[in-house]
Design a protein around this ligand. Structure first.
Ligand code: BGC
Length: 759
């Protein structure tokens, strides 16, 4: 399927899991038969998803899980792993509940399982679609080997607000890039047959608009025009569904006055009726219960509301379990509503093959062989290296493999922070730290010295909040100047200093919003002191979000943004710092100059008073008095140890008709001294429309490898589909007229050419 067509089309989704009509008939017959035998309690039980209590992803501990399984009161369990434990729970369901309906086992397999890959924002920075698909594939292999068959991923929420901690869990600010990634993740998890014992059911989340909450505060409300939703925020969810994702998770947030979990327009009119989705809809963690605090009524009322809105399964809160029967008796819901939900739950289990073999995912031999196996770790190292974004390099990198390197900073010696947020199954206690990884990667070629240098933050309580779930970073309560002085002593004999600074992994992720996006003051002071030594300093920046790095950009000669790179991040950082791998990551989200510019994203509207090109400030134009409109680092930006030169854009014609395609080409040359990869990005602007259109929109890209000195012609094709948008009536159309096409290595530094669409 052409993904771009897929994203933009408004036809019903052709679900790949429904293509075989014969199989569907068989499934329907089976489920009809089962439904006819189920009591109302057993039906409601299927809608109940509880936690197995292993991974901390919320504050609820489900009780009497064993008793409820036997009574047929549980449809699914999440956060439980290991084939032995899962087999035991499954046996209770299959052998001791009246109808023996198997349980579905979920887990937040977000960016890897035991083998952790970079956080999703980092994976997005690879712009490498086969690589991203492979990370999902490996995640599925490992998770299913450990008994799991359902993952709460991909997270495809667009976010243009780096204050929001969960920007780390998505693919950044862009509709097109996120949509492409959504598709790859789904295909990686589900493979070509979700009933195989090494594929996982994917769950697209959080539906919808969770990343657009007010002020970057988690769980906050969203109020958005429909044409913005359709053009900018909804396409990634739809792309994931078009790729075949079989489940959807509702989001916590309010959307235009109605929380997603109670929003019938969203879950039924749009998702089911307009998009034709036929899979399972699960709520987010206690999202039904939270409707009470949203102000929609008591538990009985909100449970009925969300069932009627289109929710099938209730995660953790047990609102369905405890109130739906009463609501049925009081005629506040119908059995038709309940049957619909039960059917979707049973269908998911059927498709996973659980009725055929409930123990399909309980093979202890597979667990031993396939989890954290060597190839997975090798791949994780490559994925990590490819996710790093070189933000600045004044001819310092790559480093030479001789002499002494001082690795200083609170992120230098913490293995537990390397996997990043939402790596609930990773082995944090046994993950290598940066220093350990560097020592292993470099062997005896280099002497590495190290020191804490500073606390993560001056504020002890803030550091505690930012290092939950065992992601501790040692704290030194002595005078910060003393700690810095010691670090400088350690650095004295070094030829180069690597400053390992930034965020701890739990400074981003759920419920980790920030209003200050600077590197914490304690670390900034350390950095300043390190720079004052006059030695070359490389800032290795750990972060789960765009930070404000204006000061660092001005003062530090080299900055490598390493996000949180996963299990093998330490070695991968060494690979890039010392030139074994040439960095090729590009930012999937804009880095602003300061927090006041947020939301700052490249695909903004022009306004009626745009600044003249190149101007910094003009009175009565759209700008700020105190800072330019420019980002510090634009979307799509990232340097390489090599340099790439772009020729002018070559068009094969100046105008196209609706049924024609335009060939757009550019000559790309590697003009530096290293072989390397470049992400060639193609943007389009619709110059005149019936509604205002963004100044640029990413519409395609290619990741190209060029040997040093090599040139290559890169070709793209533009068709009418690429020019379409949703107009005010939400019609998906391309309007004839003038367009611009831009090509470049980031969203700012581009070549441009004009063309027309004619009728
Ligand atoms: C998160 C989801 C996650 C769920 C289950 C929630 O708090 O918002 O993304 O899948 O917990 O752990």
């Amino acid at each position: 399927m052409n993904i771009r067509k897929g994203i933009l089309s408004c036809s019903l989704i052709a679900f790949s899991f429904l293509v075989n009509a014969q199989d569907n008939n068989k499934m329907n017959q089976f489920i009809d038969g089962l439904l006819s035998k189920m009591t109302i309690e057993e039906k409601i039980g299927q809608l109940n998803l509880v936690t197995g209590g292993e991974a901390t992803t919320g504050s609820v501990v489900s009780t009497d899980v064993e008793g409820k399984i036997k009574a047929g009161n549980i449809g699914g369990i999440f956060s439980m792993s290991s084939p032995a434990k899962i087999r035991k729970a499954q046996e209770l369901a299959v052998k001791e509940s009246r109808l023996g309906i198997p349980i579905i086992f979920g887990m937040d397999v977000i960016h890897g399982y035991k083998t952790a890959f970079p956080i999703p924002l980092g994976l997005a920075a690879t712009w490498d679609m086969p690589l991203i698909r492979q990370t999902a594939r490996i995640s599925a292999v490992e998770a299913t080997a450990d008994g799991i068959n359902w993952t709460f991923s991909p997270m495809v929420d667009i976010s243009r607000d780096p204050r929001w901690g969960r920007i780390s869990e998505g693919s950044g600010e862009d509709t097109y890039l996120t949509s492409r990634i959504a598709k790859e993740m789904v295909l990686g998890y589900q493979g070509d047959d979700v009933s195989k014992n090494n594929t996982l059911l994917a769950c697209v989340k959080h539906f919808a608009l969770y990343g657009a909450g007010e002020a970057g505060r988690d769980y906050h409300s969203t109020d958005m025009s429909l044409h913005r939703m359709y053009n900018e925020y909804l396409p990634p969810y739809k792309a994931a569904l078009e790729a075949g994702a079989m489940s959807v998770m509702t989001s916590f947030n309010d959307i235009n006055g109605l929380p997603a979990t109670a929003n019938r327009w969203l879950l039924t009119d749009l998702l089911r009726n307009e998009w034709g989705f036929k899979g399972l809809v699960v709520t987010d963690y206690t999202a039904v219960n939270e409707l009470i605090d949203h102000g929609l009524g008591d538990l009985q009322q909100v449970s009925a509301l969300s069932l009627q809105a289109g929710v099938d399964m209730d995660m953790v809160g047990e609102g369905f379990l405890t109130t739906l029967k009463k609501s049925l008796e009081e005629k506040r819901v119908t059995e038709v509503d309940i049957n619909r939900a039960v059917r979707y739950v049973l269908e998911a289990k059927y498709r996973l093959g659980l009725f055929e073999d409930p123990y399909r995912y309980c093979d202890e031999q597979r667990a031993k062989k396939e989890i954290s196996k060597k190839e997975h770790l090798v791949f994780a190292r490559e994925a990590a290296a490819k996710s790093f974004v070189l933000l600045k390099n004044d001819q310092i990198l790559p480093l030479k493999k001789t002499g002494t390197v001082a690795v200083i900073g609170p992120l230098a010696n913490t293995g537990a922070n390397m996997p990043g947020t939402w790596s609930v199954s990773a082995d944090h206690a046994n993950t290598q730290s940066l220093v350990e990884g560097m020592r292993e990667a470099l062997g005896s070629k280099i002497k590495i010295t190290t020191h804490l240098g500073s606390n993560l933050t001056d504020d002890k309580a803030l550091q505690e909040r930012a290092t939950m779930f065992g992601r501790t970073i040692p704290r030194d309560e002595r005078d910060p100047e003393l700690i810095i002085a010691e670090a400088l002593k350690t650095a004295e004999s070094a030829d180069v200093i690597v400053a390992a600074l930034g965020e701890s992994s739990e400074m981003s992720g759920e419920s980790s919003s920030r209003t200050d996006l600077n590197i914490p003051a304690s670390q900034r002071r350390l950095l300043e002191a390190l720079l004052n030594t006059g030695k070359p300093v490389v800032l290795v920046l750990f972060t789960g979000r765009p930070l404000t790095l204006t000061w660092e950009h001005e003062h530090v000669p080299a900055i490598l943004n390493v996000w949180f790179g996963g299990t093998e991040a330490g070695k991968a950082i060494a690979d890039v710092l010392f030139g074994d791998i040439n960095p090729s990551g590009k930012l999937p989200a804009t880095f602003p100059q300061n927090v006041g510019q947020i939301p700052l994203y490249y695909s903004h509207k022009n306004t009626g008073r745009p600044l003249a090109e190149g101007a910094w400030f003009q009175k009565f134009r759209s700008n700020y008095l105190d800072v330019s409109n420019e980002p510090l680092y634009p979307f799509g930006y990232g340097l390489s140890y090599s340099t790439f030169e772009y020729g002018d854009i070559i068009l094969d014609k100046k105008a196209i008709k609706r049924n024609e395609t335009l060939k757009v080409s550019i000559d790309l040359k590697n003009t530096g001294n290293y072989d390397g990869e470049e992400v060639v990005q193609l943007y389009i602007r619709d110059m005149v429309g019936s509604i205002t259109r963004p100044v640029k929109e990413l519409k395609n890209f290619q990741k190209v490898f060029l040997k040093k000195g090599e040139s290559k012609r890169i070709d793209f094709t533009i068709s009418e589909e690429d020019l379409k948008f949703y107009d005010l009536q939400l019609k998906h159309i391309a309007e004839p007229g003038a367009f611009k096409v831009f090509i470049g290595g980031n969203s700012r530094d581009v070549k441009e050419a004009d063309f027309e669409l004619t009728d």
